[in-house]
Ligand binder design. Sequence first.
Ligand SMILES: C[S@@+](CC[C@H](N)C(=O)[O-])C[C@H]1O[C@@H](n2cnc3c(N)ncnc32)[C@H](O)[C@@H]1O
Length: 273
Amino acid sequence: MHQQEPFSYEQARDGNRSLWNELTPVHLRSYGVDRFLAGERWLPLKILEEVGDVQGKSLLHLQCHFGLDTLAWARHGAAVTGVDFSPAAIEAAQELAVQANLPGRFICSDVYDLPNGLDEQFDVIFTSIGVLCWLRDLDAWARIIADHLKPGGIFYIMEGHPLITTFDERGTYQFALSYFHNHAPYIWDDEGPDYMDGSYIISTPSFEWQWAVSDIINAVLGSGLKLDFFHEFDALEDPVFPEMVQHENGLYTYPDMPAPLPIVFSLKAHKEE
Ligand SMILES: C[S@@+](CC[C@H](N)C(=O)[O-])C[C@H]1O[C@@H](n2cnc3c(N)ncnc32)[C@H](O)[C@@H]1O
């Protein structure tokens, strides 16, 4: 891993898009599409509880990958729109909607280009797990979210906690990377296994940003949205990361944690009427 300064956003964006085009077919094989198609509950219980009833609501899912979570929201009665900048992912999402016989609209766009291409407001904007590290500017991201929410609409994110990205890669809970925002992205260009399919070795580099909790909260507040809550979890009812293991109490957490640590956070905000 290294950093390159100055970097161009276009280089980072195009590199990351190539990575996600490469990973889409790998994830189509490894995410559990068969279980989704068989009707298994898909969205984590904590997300369902915290987002609340979406029946009859319009829902925009940012960075939707190939649409599994998006279409799961359609099963819960939302009128869904998924956005992702990977053409391979959007094509796969459109095919999955047909296979699952669920209504869903999918748009291929960089989140930062949405103001030019999506002139609509939604009741709910949702994004989750593995999204913030691909974003270069959280203030602009939050403003786009606020602009695309109807008055009274809600924004919800569940994401890996910024603390866990500071650990070294060997799962030993040693701090190795800065907790604070890196203005030039980290370039991960060593070959390594995919997080879902460990037998697949990724060769395309990724360009990733670290964001602190304060960056996330201040971006949302700065957009004018009103914060409803910010929650931190050391364990959840569902394994939102593949490496999570189940404990005797039924909850999933990271393996061999030396102490209770926040591994996931959720944030909910709303736009005033
Ligand atoms: C980890 S995945 C999505 C998370 C989702 N929880 C999942 O696992 O299916 C990250 C997604 O973000 C998308 N992405 C990354 N940067 C983006 C951007 N600037 N605009 C739109 N999509 C982006 C990628 O194409 C990828 O599909």
